[in-house]
Design a protein around this ligand. Structure first.
Ligand SMILES: [Zn+2]
Length: 72
């Protein structure tokens, strides 16, 4: 059916847009965060290994997260 395939293409398109937005938000989340003490925006501390960490120079605290992006 033409109508059915047309609608499923729309849903596929909408789905992939939401997927792309979700990935973009995840990437943004992992590239910058807020220091939970002084609320200064922190950028990701790039290190070897898979742990994601953010260093606040003002508070001298390293914030880490064990959450990993596992695809869509
Ligand atoms: Zn801080």
């Amino acid at each position: 059916m033409f109508a059915g395939s047309f609608h499923s293409r729309i849903y596929l398109g909408v789905g992939s847009v939401f997927c792309a937005v979700g990935i973009a938000l995840l990437i943004r989340r992992f590239q910058s965060t807020l220091c939970e003490r002084c609320w200064q925006r922190l950028h990701r501390d790039l290190k070897d290994g898979s742990e994601i960490s953010f260093h606040c120079a003002k508070c001298d605290i390293v914030w880490t997260t064990k959450v990993f992006q596992d695809g869509c």
